[in-house]
Design a protein around this ligand. Sequence first.
Ligand code: PLP
Length: 372
Amino acid sequence: MEFIDLKSQYQRLQARIDARIKTVLAHGQFILGPEVRELEQQLAEYCGVRHAIGVANGTDALQLALMALEVGPGDAVLTTAFSFFATAEVIPLVGARPIFVDVQEDSFNLDPAALEQAITVHDATRQGKLKAVIAVDLFGLPADYPRLEAICKKHNLHLIEDAAQSFGGAIGTRKAGSFGDISTTSFFPAKPLGCYGDGGAVFTNSDELATALKSLRVHGKGTDKYDNVRIGLNSRLDTLQAAILLEKLPVLDEERERKQEFLERYNESLQGAFALPRIPDGYVSAIAQYTLRVESGQRSALQNRLRNVGVPTQIYYHRALHRQPALQAYAHKAHCPVSDRLSEQVLSLPIHAYMTNHEQDNVIEALLGRFP
Ligand SMILES: *Cc1c(COP(=O)(O)O)cnc(C)c1O
């Protein structure tokens, strides 16, 4: 059993993907070729935003977002304590200070009440001027943007949506990728929309920010690559990766719906035995992971038992961000008990669109201790 199955998807799309790759090899425009523009148009349309800009990966996408919003030395950025390292890593990378805010236990996402509290107690003389918030749509579920957007507006803060795990998710009719001033995503192979290498994108409705982002991804170019008006990065989405994504995007919604069925089957079967993920009314999760909570102290025994019967599981994440060694300079004031507890309790189960009901039954039986 695979934790995330990329081979079955490739087998299904092989003829179309191979043809797309051959087209790129024939025209030879490997950097910012026509497929990149075609994909950017389709991504923007899919998310319902004015601009989608293909970049090298989801981490650069976040860094470029901060650079476009001119976040730098002397600034502070509020973000979740429970995410992949990259979410926080980019903040010191641009010279700013990360401030960690706790999450909600049932959504794993930034807690709007804790965010308000952190803004209220913030000491600008010691910690820098509050400039922005980076919210994450963890495991595919969009954060509470109605409340986060209101808070950011009230306090005059930029809002960045880290949609690396949530491409295909939504709140009502608003898609992940459309929240905040800038949204970012990743096309790392195992993400909901993954390519065959590294890739990412940045989304915005602002023409001005889009112009800055397109410049920043090509060495801060002005009228051309040899006219440099900003300090930027070399961070473009490869044409080959764009070509692959053009064939994967049309099946994304159907794959998500299949995963939704598996999510509901897990929830029905495991009810009462574990704390299960809940999708709030009106929210659509991209279901990057199916993550439940096991009582503290029991997780590694359960994980071993599952491994022994051939069921792979993963722990996202073993350590909250304010516990990461590289972030200790910014962590002494962090108080994030929910994130700490989650790091001891979370367990992610196999879920992907090409899993069979039989495979899922094996996972369920093993979890409930009825295996073999
Ligand atoms: C994967 C991920 C990133 C980074 O994306 P890469 O393409 O691997 O650089 C950033 N944030 C979150 C929440 C992620 O899951």
